[in-house]
Design a protein around this ligand. Structure first.
Ligand code: COA
Length: 702
């Protein structure tokens, strides 16, 4: 583990700079909290006026402390922070927990940067500024102004919001979700989410990393650290409405948004994304207590048909559609239910189920190799005692000897059920007050396993890439003072990376147009090439299905006339003569350079699917071929690619390769390409490939 971060988060001694003997002051509360939490390390209050605070000897300056100081909690006003930071550096403190507000969050980036520079010059790291502090049950450490340590458990929370951390601290008891650490990172001037993921992944007291994120500063490193982590990570992301990508010149840019891109990045990083605060607690509970679900077979045990059906509906909703249990499983389960029970799945033991049946069916099902995850449901009845049922389930789980598959529980009933569920949670079995939540929790564990598997697939590396050629085309456009490539140039760039573009030649005279059309082969498409006319169809500057020489000559004249009518001073490069790709399923592939994550690739079906329904999906580039297949499956209109109305399935393999190649290209050229799209891309039947019909590239500002 990083020794400096350990010094900051697991300090053996702490100085409180700005400690105060006045109750109600933050500098007072921190000393009191250290005392109340039972912290066993050295506590050194620093205050120029006091001799002693709450029984601890007080020093005028941290440099006067005659012992080693690992961490310093800073609670002096902002204007004094630089000065005390220097004192800490000279003292040899490892890390600073800067509670003080009044830096970048109010626009003072300069002082914050100076602070980090000063701390780094002494080898110190900074948590904050503008934080509540840090809490750890395993270290009996409450170095914060949050009221008490959270309910003890195995999750660790890292929060960008201090107030939310305090609220979750108190709520942990009501929600029965236990945390070991709660770390406030505020302005993230230095220590950020990526550092915390790397640190907590090594922390023996943390089994699940729970994050509240408002915004990330280093998207690619976050993805990298999250991918490397072996522990589950769950995130609640807020502030998804406004985003820089909104003001965009391309189609893709207008469809991109913080929510979609963050969502894609979390998926790629194998991070479970909570919908809201309740969901963050629910996911944290299951991810901190149970292993991931590595197969699709979910078995549900119940004493009530109603909750069984609710669980079945939820299973479909959360990506775990239920299947009938195999014959041998059904046969065994039938021994533990009356004639009128059902052993199929959900396994309905009926209202006659008592402790024994719960125990035997749980033990048998949990141990059976067909079962990848077990959900046990219970409706409170007059003949049963919820605590007895809870203990029977626990005994069944533990005596099965299985430790590598998950189990969740839901009891529906009154206070007795609630108490029994609390007991289950204390004993490591997540229990929820509604059957759909127990199934959703299982869905979280399955989704997490799938994401982790996918996040480990390697990015696609296309062969025969000529990036020098692509860069030469781009340099040519820049030399002409252009920020957008012409279609022909864009296709040359695409082709340099092996994208299957339609053959295109630039004719600068009618004779040349006739010659190229004959070379390419009829029918052809003809389009204006002009940096001043981006919407060619609107200008009447595109003619399709040109079948012979006579039509070429006519089209050449019409296109030039229409273009000049559309924009009299347009600069005309010439007319593109292009292979006419037969029509099939139309898709769009696009890219934007996201301010947080860098180049991102978008995919969707063309026409109304993208225009009206905005049915698109994103990934941060580069991507693997497996991810490219997943993208095709996750748009709402995915069924069209499977083949509809008598059409055969589309060539998804060729499309996946194009998507992955495109993602490689935008990543490789991220310093050059701001936005781009291949629109439309025509996808033919299986085995018949894909053609990029039109291409657009907008360059970065340099
Ligand atoms: N070294 C040590 N202590 C010093 C000092 C020095 N160089 N200079 C002053 N102090 C003492 C003060 O004398 C005072 O102690 P006292 O009560 O005995 O007089 C103590 O440090 C605090 O200074 P004070 O000026 O009283 O400040 P304050 O307590 O009113 O406020 C902060 C200080 C840091 C709490 C305040 O500036 C702040 O930032 N509040 C917001 C915190 C927050 O909300 N964080 C984010 C949560 S999400």
């Amino acid at each position: 583990m990083d020794p400096i971060l350990s010094g900051l988060l697991k300090p053996k001694s702490i100085a409180i700079i700005g400690a105060s003997s006045t109750p109600g002051k933050i500098g007072h509360t921190v000393v009191k909290n250290l005392l109340d939490s039972g912290y066993e390390g050295g506590v050194y209050p620093i205050n120029p006026k006091d001799e002693e605070i709450m029984g601890f000897k007080c020093y005028r300056n941290v440099k006067d402390v005659p012992y080693v100081v690992d961490a310093a909690v800073i609670t002096v006003p902002a204007k004094l922070v630089l000065e005390v930071t220097r004192d800490c550096g000279e003292k040899g403190v490892k890390g600073l927990i800067i509670i003080t507000s009044g830096f970048a969050e109010v626009g003072d980036h300069e002082t914050e940067e100076a602070l980090v520079e000063l701390a780094h010059s002494y080898g110190m790291r900074i948590l904050g500024p503008n934080i509540v502090g840090t809490l750890s049950n395993s270290d009996n450490l409450n170095a914060s102004f949050a009221p008490f340590l959270p309910l003890n458990g195995k999750a660790s929370l890292v929060s960008q919001s201090g107030a939310l951390l305090i609220a979750m601290d108190a709520a942990s008891f009501v929600r029965r979700v236990g945390f070991d650490k709660m770390i406030s990172i505020g302005n993230m001037s230095d220590v950020n989410f990526s550092d915390m993921i790397a640190y907590l992944n090594e922390d023996p007291d943390t089994s699940c990393i729970s994050l509240y994120v408002e915004g990330l500063k280093d998207g690619p490193r976050f993805i990298e650290e999250a991918r490397k982590a072996t522990k589950p990570i769950v995130v609640l992301k807020s502030g998804t409405s406004a985003h820089g990508a909104a003001a965009a010149a391309s189609h893709t840019g207008s469809l991109a948004g913080a929510a979609k891109i963050y969502g894609a990045a979390f998926r790629q990083a194998g991070v479970s994304q909570a919908d809201d605060l309740n969901d963050l607690f629910d996911r944290t509970l299951v991810l901190s207590l149970q292993p991931r679900m590595t197969g699709d077979n979910l078995l549900v045990l119940t004493n009530g048909g109603g909750v069984g059906v609710l669980a079945t509906d939820a299973a479909e909703k959360y990506g775990l559609p239920m299947k009938f249990a195999p014959a041998d499983v059904q046969e065994e389960l039938k021994k533990h239910m009356p004639e009128f029970g059902s052993a199929k799945n959900p396994v309905d033991m009926t209202g006659m189920a008592g402790n024994d049946w719960y125990y035997t069916t749980t033990k048998f099902s949990y141990a059976h190799s067909w079962v990848d995850g077990l959900v046990v449901l219970y409706c409170e009845t007059a003949m049963t005692d919820p605590q007895g049922i809870a203990e029977s389930i626990y005994k069944g789980v533990h005596e099965s000897g299985v430790t590598d598959k998950p189990v969740t529980v839901s009891f529906v009933g009154g206070e007795r059920s609630d108490k029994a569920m609390a007991w289950l949670v204390e004993n490591g079995i997540p229990a929820y007050g509604a059957p759909d939540l127990a199934v959703k929790a299982m869905g979280t564990l399955r989704e997490d396993a799938r994401m982790v598997e996918m996040s480990r697939s390697s990015a696609f590396l296309p062969e025969n890439v000529d990036s020098a050629k692509a860069r030469k085309v781009i340099a040519g456009a820049r030399a002409n003072g252009r920020a957008a490539l012409t279609e022909i140039e864009a296709k040359q760039v695409f082709a340099a990376y092996g994208m299957p573009v339609t053959g295109t030649e630039l004719a600068t005279s009618e004779e040349e147009a006739v010659k190229f059309a004959a070379q390419i082969g009829y029918p052809v498409v003809m389009k204006i090439v002009s940096p001043d006319i981006l919407h060619k169809s609107d200008a009447g500057a595109v003619k399709v299905n040109i079948k012979d020489e006579k039509m070429v000559r006519e089209a050449y004249k019409t296109i030039l006339d229409n273009s000049l009518n559309y924009k009299a001073d347009a600069f005309i490069d010439g007319v593109a003569i292009q292979e006419m790709a037969p029509w099939a399923t139309e898709v769009i592939v696009g890219s934007v350079n996201d301010s947080t994550f860098g180049p991102t690739v978008m995919f969707g079906l063309g026409g109304i699917f993208v225009e009206v329904l905005k049915d698109v999906t994103f990934r941060v580039a580069p991507i693997s071929v497996e991810e490219a297949f997943t993208m095709q499956g996750e748009i709402k209109s995915a069924a069209i690619l499977h083949g509809v109305r008598g059409d055969g399935p589309r060539d998804k393999t060729a499309l996946a390769k194009v998507l992955a190649t495109y993602a490689y290209m935008i990543h490789d050229l991220k310093d050059e390409i701001a936005e781009s799209d291949a629109n439309p891309v025509i996808v033919y039947e299986e085995g018949k490939g894909v053609k990029v019909v039109d291409a657009r590239i907008i360059l970065t500002k340099k």
